[in-house]
Design a protein around this ligand. Structure first.
Ligand code: ZN
Length: 501
């Protein structure tokens, strides 16, 4: 049949383009991990040449013709094939409707904005960055316009770009519900006389930290025959299903940072390794979006990694590797250090409770900027005011406030909500899997993560992008994506630690 031949041609081409994208991904990893100090320009040239080829290949008119044919014959397609065509259309439109001239202009602006941001942040001088942020916002609206979105729909467009199926109204509703319960909970915990102290842990040799980290990462199921873990300035998960590249960083006086970063990135890596490897470039082999990705990283980092059961098994090993450093630290102090909750000005340093408040703040600001209710020049004062209201903290400088994140300098709008939505979904998955595997705690305490990983594989990973963010949450948990499980989880984990009855 015509549709079968056309479908095979489309999928073969999408697979081929995916291989080029994977190659580009490896070049990006190489730049972060291995690059000799004088070779930045050479690497940038390679990456830009390859990105150019990929864009040309992904926007060939032939692909558009195949999509048109398949859409007109959709009755002949299976349900799965229809999903592949639908998602390929979404990607293709992103590629062809945005003019090449715009993409080049945007790349230049983002690069200039990034350098202005680096300088502005170092000097804590917002005025230096403000014109670039204004230009980035205008450009974001222009981009949405090419996809047929009005200025008032631009923010929805960017949220949907990161998390298919979501919009600002949906996020706003979930965040309002979360805020109402989380703000008093944080006040209750941070005003308690009991304090965690993650700075107790000092002088941990890096080679031993790395040994611990490799053992823990392998234990939860990361496949080192199809992946690596290296060092980089910023922890990340790169590569693809067949070759997943993780990075972490080490600090002798902050060993929990390298371990928790590694658990987090491994969570991303396990999702990536669990996606169907035989469908590169199509919806069947892709992840759903950033919120679902974050639900995986945060579940392993927080729900699993910060649990009593986990440390019941790993604390003796930690003490064997660091006998002197942990000699004067009791088990309770160690567990409290791992679960320290405190208001910190910087989002990336925040614990899993207060982290969500940082996201609520950014969402409010993004919404106001896109609605035109906040002028860029007034951003610092709006930020400080909202920070006081939401976090109970007024930044002492813009460096500690509205200049701390790189996202907007790179034009990444609508990305921040994914982090908090990922936390919500992780908690929903956690309560669902605990029903499915009643002795989960005991398995974790015995270092047996296979049943949990298998459950995530079966329910989430193998499905690729067949469903959008809300649909996959509904299918797996039986509930709408929302904050109630996160609130319950944070109360159950942290109130007994800080508010002893
Ligand atoms: Zn992450």
């Amino acid at each position: 049949m015509l549709s079968t031949t056309t479908y095979t041609s489309l999928v073969t081409d999408l697979n081929r383009i995916a291989q080029l994208e994977h190659t580009l991904g490896l070049l990006g990893w190489d730049e972060q991990v291995n690059l000799p100090s004088g070779s930045a320009e050479s690497s940038a040239s390679q990456q830009s040449a390859l990105a150019d080829i990929i864009h040309r290949e992904a926007t060939r008119p032939q692909i558009g013709e195949w999509l048109n044919q398949l859409e007109s014959l959709s009755g002949e397609l299976t349900h799965e094939q229809q999903i592949v065509v639908r998602e390929a259309r979404r990607d293709y439109d992103q590629g062809v409707k945005i003019p090449a001239e715009f993409i080049a202009r945007r790349a230049t602006l983002h690069s200039n904005a990034y350098h202005a941001w680096v300088e502005a942040r170092a000097e804590s001088n917002f005025a230096k960055y403000a014109p670039f942020l204004s230009a980035n916002l205008e450009m974001a609206k222009e981009q949405a316009g090419y996809l047929g979105k009005s200025d008032s729909e631009a923010y929805d467009y960017f949220i949907d770009l990161h998390d298919p199926g979501l919009d600002a109204a949906f996020v706003e509703k979930q965040f309002a519900e979360l805020k109402a319960e989380l703000v008093p909970l944080v006040q209750q915990i941070t005003s308690a006389p009991i304090k965690g102290d993650s700075h107790l842990l000092k002088g941990f040799p890096v080679d031993k930290q790395e040994q611990f980290l490799r053992e823990t990462v392998a234990a939860i199921g990361f496949d080192f025959t199809k992946g690596r873990i290296d060092r980089a300035v910023h922890p990340f998960c790169g590569g693809h299903t067949g070759d997943t590249r993780l990075t972490t960083r080490f600090d002798e006086n902050n060993p929990l940072d390298s371990w928790s970063s590694a658990m987090h990135e491994t969570g991303h890596g396990l999702y990536q390794q669990g996606l169907p490897a035989n469908h590169p470039g199509t919806a069947l082999g892709k992840h759903v979006g950033m919120a679902v990705h974050e639900s995986q990283s945060r579940l392993w980092e927080n729900q699993v990694g910060r649990s009593r059961a986990y440390w019941q098994y790993w604390e003796p090993r930690y003490r064997t590797l660091f006998p002197e450093q942990l000699k004067a630290i009791t088990s309770d102090q160690l567990y409290l250090a791992i679960n320290t909750v405190e208001i910190s000005p910087i989002r990336v340093d925040a614990d899993e409770v207060t982290y969500n408040l940082h996201i609520l703040l950014r969402f409010e600001i993004e919404k106001l900027l896109f609605q035109g209710k906040l002028a860029v020049k007034d951003l610092p004062s709006a930020w400080n005011q909202l920070s006081k209201e939401i976090l109970g903290y007024t930044p002492t400088s813009d460096k500690q406030g509205c200049l701390q994140d790189v996202h907007w300098a790179g034009g990444s709008f609508g990305y921040f909500p994914s982090y908090c939505l990922g936390n919500m979904m992780a908690a929903q998955l956690w309560y669902t899997v605990r029903k499915a595997i009643p002795d989960l705690d005991s398995q974790i305490a015995h270092n047996d993560f296979q049943p949990l990983l298998k459950w995530l594989r079966t329910n989430i990973h193998v499905h690729g992008r067949r469903e959008d963010t809300r649909a996959i949450t509904r299918r797996v948990t039986g509930e709408e994506l929302g904050p109630q499980s996160l609130i319950r989880y944070l109360k159950e984990r942290y109130l007994p630690l800080y508010i002893k009855s």
